[in-house]
Every structure is written in C-alpha cells, then in structure tokens.
Design a protein around this ligand. Structure first.
Ligand code: CP
Length: 312
C-alpha cells in the first residue's frame, strides 16, 4: 500500500485526481456511502487535534466504515514507555489504515517503515501536514483558481507544517508565493532551497511586511504562531501578536481577496472579518470531510494515482 507522508510526493496529476474526486463526493456523498463498509481506520493522535481527527473520523464513517482510536497519550500505553514503532505495528493488526499525528518531525516516515497498511501523516511536528494541503488546495481552487495565482502565506513559516506542505504542493501550479513573517520565523532554509530548485526561484519571494504585497494577492493564508514548538517561551513572546489582520488591514486588499487559515486561530484574524466575503476559513475546515473521503477511498482502494515516492 501507498502511504501519504509529505506533499513533496504529490504530482499535479495526483492532486487534481483527489480534488476532482472530492468535488464529486461533495456533490453527492450518498454515492459512496457504502464503499468502505467493514473498514476500520486507526487514529493515533499523539498531539491535540479538533479538525483533523474529527474530519477523518467523519470521512471514514461517511464511507460506511468506522474508526478505532488510540485516545490520548495519557490514556494509552505510550504513557508506559511504548515506542511508536511498537504502537503502529500493534494497531496495524486492528485497522485497515492508520492516521498518525505526532510532535516529532519525521515520525510518520519512520512509522510508515513498520507497517503495510496505508499510513497518513496528519502532522509531524514542524514537518508536514499533506491532507491539510489537499483541503487548502481544494478551497483555493474553488475561490481563486490554482493557476495564475498570487498567494501570500503569513505568520509562523518556520514551525508551521501546513505552510511547508502547501508551499511544496503549489510548485505544481502557476503560483507566485509571497512568504511574510518576522525574520526569526522565516521558512527553513532547506525548504526555500527546495522551492527554488523546483521553480527556478521565480515563484518565491520573502517579505517582513504584508503591506507591500497585499494589494496583489488573490489569497492570503494566515497561520498561528506555533507556541508549543518554541524551545524558549521568551522567543515566543517576542513575536506573539505580530501579523494580525483586521478590517482596517483588508481595506488595502483586492476586493476579490480570499482569506484562509488552517485553524485553530488565536488572535491572527479579528472576528470582524468572519462575516466579510473575504473569509473562507470555515468553508476550508468543512472541506476537510469530502477531501479526506476522497483520499481515504483512493488510499484504501490502493489506487496508484496518488502514490509516488513516500520516502521523502
Ligand atoms: N488544521 C488542523 O490541523 O487543525 P487541528 O489541529 O484541530 O486538527
């Protein structure tokens, strides 16, 4: 079986297969309601989650299957010192596929080496979150289109795994990416290097202020500062509260601007924006269900169109 570990493994064709299928499912979910009866998905969340965990559970149940859930770290034998490798080998025996969220970057790659059932990375530390990327791309495609796209990606670009996955995936499209962050939270240099390799550097620009690029943007993707990843709380306090947007900020934006956020938000987007036509972040979260239904169906059916090199 194929695993889904990073968005680096995804080609444009693979992405379009998932997005097209998700749109079909969104239009008529009843057509796939029994496709995976008797299928069990194992949920292994070693870190908190609301959207990812619940939308995977919803997706599996809407395909006719069910989930088995390890529960929290505190209520599992992880608390007694069981290794991740042992945990996944055991739960593979209970379930037909695994969804893993873990605080350590690289955890999903390592875990995938121990299992034969499809394993999906639902976030590995500051690494990747490829299924979030799929629902981000779905939402971008619906609101702004994926070609001739100018996108601003703002906030914690260092620790934000949704950003890393999205940035790689967008190199498959005709997208100009503007990265906006304080200097201390810029994209990791190896990610910038990779992006330059893939796009000759033409589609990538880094900024410390939103002001200069805002009027040119079709999409503004805002992220939370990932407090839990800072080794030093003082360093977090230096950047907390930076890069917030409110109605005044958006006065300088293109009227067609779509504002996205993977959520949860803390204070990055003022609630007054929620009711404007710019806000698409709750729609984005809702799209997690049809997109994860499409992904699960393709992975569990061993459809080779979304395979690729998962050893990245
Ligand atoms: N966007 C996202 O991954 O949210 P959760 O952490 O709530 O799953």
């Amino acid at each position: 079986h194929d695993h889904l570990i990073t968005s680096k493994q995804l080609s444009r064709g693979a992405i379009e297969t998932v997005l097209d299928y998700a749109a079909e499912i969104d239009a008529d979910p009843s057509a796939v309601a029994d496709r995976h009866a008797d299928t069990l998905l194992g949920l292994l969340f070693f870190e908190p989650s609301t959207r990812t965990k619940m939308s995977f559970e919803t997706a599996m149940k809407r395909l006719g299957g069910d989930v088995v859930d390890m529960g929290s770290v505190d209520s599992s034998s992880v608390k007694k010192g069981e290794t991740l490798a042992d945990t996944v080998r055991v739960i593979e025996g209970y379930a037909d596929g695994l969804v893993l969220r873990h605080p350590k970057q690289g955890a999903a790659t390592m875990a995938s080496e121990f299992v034969d059932v499809p394993l999906v990375n639902a976030g590995d530390g500051a690494g990747h979150h490829p299924t979030q990327t799929m629902l981000d791309l779905y939402t971008i495609r619906e609101n702004a289109g994926l070609d001739d796209l100018t996108i601003g990606i703002m906030g914690d670009l260092k620790y934000g795994r949704t950003v890393h996955s999205l940035a790689y995936a967008l190199t498959n499209f005709d997208a100009q990416q503007h990265f906006i962050s304080p200097e201390s939270l810029q994209l990791p240099r190896e990610v910038v290097y990779d992006l330059h390799q893939q796009q000759d550097g033409t589609g990538i620009k880094e900024h410390d202020s939103l002001e200069e690029v805002l009027p040119s943007l079709d999409v503004l993707y805002v992220t939370r500062i990932q407090r839990e990843r800072f080794p030093d709380e003082n360093e977090y306090q230096k950047v907390a509260g930076e890069y917030q947007i409110d109605a005044d900020t958006l006065a300088a934006a293109n009227d067609e601007l779509t504002v996205l956020h993977p959520l949860p938000r803390v204070d990055e987007i003022a609630p007054e924006i929620d009711e404007t036509h710019h806000a698409a972040y709750f729609e984005q979260a809702h799209n997690g269900v049809p997109v994860r239904m499409a992904l699960l169906d393709l992975l569990l059916s061993d459809d080779k169109r979304i395979g690729g090199d998962s050893d990245e």
